[in-house]
Design a binder for this molecule. Structure first.
Ligand SMILES: O=C(O)c1cccc(C(=O)CC[C@H]2O[C@@H](n3cnc4c(=O)[nH]cnc43)[C@H](O)[C@@H]2O)c1
Length: 243
């Protein structure tokens, strides 16, 4: 890690409370179940938690408001996600995001789908509908949870509840993991100049809804342990004044 790299103050973002509450057992003063959407919860002077609500719109708005009110050095996005079957990821697997993609933005034409670049509004000059996470912060988070794989993620508004949708989204996004908030939070963080990293556990396989093999408790438990370890490391880096 570069000597001058700081990752606190840290904002930890989740879509719903159950994705973060079990990681906070080392801070017994915190509520265990009450994390109102959009309200910042102070974990320590250097760690705040934000629950955004589900979906890109809620997540972007809540994150923007939070970052405007609480400038921070890094953002950690945590949650559960669906694995595209071709990824081979099992339920309960821990993964970090190498990139985020929006495989539903663009236009459907008689000749097929065109992404944001094809529409004339690419997200960045490098990629039409993708953001790549290669900051020292994202590298550090990936190292903390190694050997968990660092994989391309896709953010959708409409989850892949059929095999055909799962195959199409995985193909378009060249992604392994599906979620509903990642690109929105990453984009917002980028606009505020805040480095972004994402950590998710697989709660289900995408595809035909009655075969999705959900195991939320298992995903929650793995996530809580990984996020707890990262927060403990941030606490150490922050020193006594920030614990
Ligand atoms: O009811 C269903 O069949 C169903 C299928 C997929 C996702 C959901 C959710 O309610 C997702 C809520 C939440 O969890 C993340 N998540 C988890 N698995 C997936 C997925 O397969 N595709 C997209 N998002 C997923 C998501 O980020 C939301 O925050 C219900």
């Amino acid at each position: 890690m570069p000597e001058n790299f700081r990752f606190s103050p840290l904002l930890v973002v989740a879509a719903v409370a159950l994705e973060i509450q079990d990681a906070l057992t080392d801070w017994p003063h915190l509520p265990r179940t009450s994390f109102p959407v959009g309200e910042m919860i102070t974990v320590s002077p250097c760690i705040q938690v934000l629950v955004t609500g589900v979906g890109a719109v809620r997540a972007a708005a809540a994150t923007a408001l939070a970052l405007q009110n609480w400038p921070c050095a890094a953002l950690l996005h945590v949650g559960v996600g669906g694995a595209y079957p071709a990824s081979g990821l099992p339920v309960g697997a821990l993964v970090t995001a190498a990139s985020e993609c929006d495989p539903q933005a663009g236009i459907l034409t008689p000749d097929g789908y065109r992404d944001l670049g094809g529409l004339g509004f690419p997200l960045t000059t490098a990629f039409p509908n993708r953001i790549v996470f290669d900051s020292p912060w994202a590298d550090w988070v990936a190292q903390q949870v190694a050997p968990a794989p660092r994989l391309p993620f896709a953010t959708v508004q409409c989850c892949s509840g059929t095999n055909a949708a799962a195959e199409l989204m995985a193909f378009r996004a060249e992604a392994a993991v599906e979620n509903m908030e990642g690109l929105a939070v990453a984009w917002t963080a980028g606009r505020f100049g805040v480095p972004y990293a994402a950590l998710r556990t697989i709660s289900n396989l995408t595809g035909d809804r009655d075969r999705q093999q959900w195991n939320l408790p298992a995903a929650q438990a793995v996530l809580a342990q990984a996020v707890g370890a990262i927060l403990a490391a941030v606490r150490v880096e922050s020193g006594r004044d920030c614990s």
